[in-house]
Design a protein around this ligand. Structure first.
Ligand code: LFC
Ligand code: MG
Length: 442
């Protein structure tokens, strides 16, 4: 049973110096330090359970997200958890519609990332109090209760609450069997072999290891230099062979005509999709690229920087994407992701979540497992991203077997980091940063 009043909120700036190894680098983000604004919620309940939440950042700017979390804190502090989850739609709306703060959003940018971190902590706490992993909490929830967590404002022109109810009702059929199927895991793909900053030797070595570990789906970063891309894509396609799946990711590097031209040159390597070919805000641009590339057998994937459900709605309406990539830390937590999963189902577009970063795999695995069991009922053309960095800092890290995510068993949203890791990596006074910053000064 849900219990307790939220009496303490702590937010910390935690950064990992991943840029030193070129990990996570792409055509636009050449030196990311995978980081998080990390929130801890405490209640006055005797159980001592805490809620942990985060949003993903790339280093600089995490302090701005921390500020935004503090600016939103009054909406959360001294609230009874029963009141929050009893009217989760109302609570979501209260956070996202703060009459003053919404001016620096609304439902996008820093303030929305902060909302995600806070709400992720609330969901973690709720799932912990119920003694269930988050995916199971969602799967066991009655459809009406699930819908009561969603703010349908701005999407009722494509999905009404009644339509969403019908989708969830249909999803009840075969739920148990799909739950059992998941015991073999949810299919994953790896991005870890081919960051843009990796040398060809590193790429080869990591690809060899990944093949040995049973990976069959690979993503490669492209977009900075065409000749480099041709060489790297040839290398990886030759290594994995013609049957395995290859995806490409340009991280918003191109203009619309440039995207079409560039990808026509990479088509020979048979990519399943090109991800973020252009600005994430350019819905019609994505539609134009999609129209040009689908005949070449290349789909469009996007979502990791889609601000909110409205952008996803329009991408779906405009037939601008073939693969939809939800993100657990950019949208307004589970609440907003639920609405996007339901819209994707209505449009029959497969959801292939964005993960990686720090903690994104830990979180989003819950959402995609719920999606399979209760909404999509399909594994066709579906897979969840995996990146093998930084899991050791989490108390309940992801478990990958045979290139699949195994369903989490521990209660909560897998968001909790090890205290030791947080302390060491807190910016700028943690041990790791003190050393690095001192070395930079000398
Ligand atoms: C800066 C980051 O590593 C991104 O490159 C990464 O999230 C990427 O777009 C991905 O799809 O994994
Ligand atoms: Mg990407």
């Amino acid at each position: 049973m849900v219990r307790g009043t939220i009496c303490r909120l702590l937010v910390r700036d935690v950064r990992f110096p991943t840029s030193l190894g070129g990990h996570g680098s792409d055509a636009m983000h050449t030196d990311p330090d995978y980081s998080a604004a990390y929130v801890v919620l405490e209640t006055d309940a005797e159980d001592g359970l805490k809620g942990y939440g985060l949003t993903f950042t790339l280093g600089k700017g995490t302090e701005v997200v921390v500020c935004a979390v503090n600016a939103l804190a009054h909406h959360v502090l001294n609230k009874d958890l029963r009141d929050i989850v009893g009217d989760f739609r109302g609570f979501y709306r209260q956070l996202t519609s703060d009459g003053q703060l919404r001016w620096i959003g609304p439902e996008k940018g820093v303030v929305h990332l902060a909302t995600a971190a806070l709400l992720n902590a609330v969901w973690d706490l709720w799932a912990k109090q119920e003694g269930k992993p988050l995916w199971k909490l969602l799967v066991d929830m009655d459809p009406r209760e699930l819908l009561s967590c969603i703010d349908f404002r701005y999407i009722t022109d494509v999905l009404t609450e009644e339509e969403a109810y019908e989708i969830l009702q249909k999803g009840q059929v075969g739920k148990k069997e799909r739950g059992q199927m998941l015991m073999h895991g949810y299919p994953a793909y790896t991005t870890s072999c081919a960051w843009l900053g990796y040398s060809d030797d590193t790429l080869k070595q990591l690809c060899t290891e990944a093949l040995k570990d049973g990976w069959t789906r690979f993503k490669v970063k492209v977009g900075a230099d065409l000749q480099d891309d041709i060489r790297r894509c040839r290398l990886i396609r030759n290594m994995i062979g013609p049957e395995k799946t290859l995806m490409m990711d340009a991280n918003q590097r191109w203009d619309v005509p440039e995207a079409v031209e560039w990808m026509s040159k990479l088509a020979e390597f048979k990519p399943l999709w090109i991800e973020e070919p252009t600005s994430p805000d350019d819905i019609l641009g994505h539609a134009a690229i999609s129209e040009a590339l689908v005949p070449l057998g290349i789909g469009i994937a996007t979502g990791e920087q889609c601000h909110n459900r409205v952008i996803f709605k329009q991408l779906l309406q405009a037939k601008a994407l073939q693969f939809l990539q939800i993100d657990s830390c950019r949208l307004g937590s589970v609440n907003e992701n639920l609405s996007v999963l339901l819209m994707a189902k209505k449009f029959e577009i497969p959801v292939c979540p964005h993960a990686g970063g720090v903690g994104l795999c830990e979180l989003v695995q819950h959402l995609i497992m719920f999606d399979f069991i209760s909404i999509s009922a399909s594994l066709e053309n579906r897979m969840c991203e995996y990146v093998n960095h930084l899991h050791e800092h989490f108390r309940y890290p992801v478990v990958i077997k045979k290139a699949s995510y195994m369903p989490p068993k521990d209660a909560g949203y897998s968001t909790e980091m090890k205290e030791e890791s947080v302390k060491k990596h807190q910016y700028p006074h943690g041990e790791v940063w003190k050393k690095l910053l001192a070395a930079q000064e000398n």
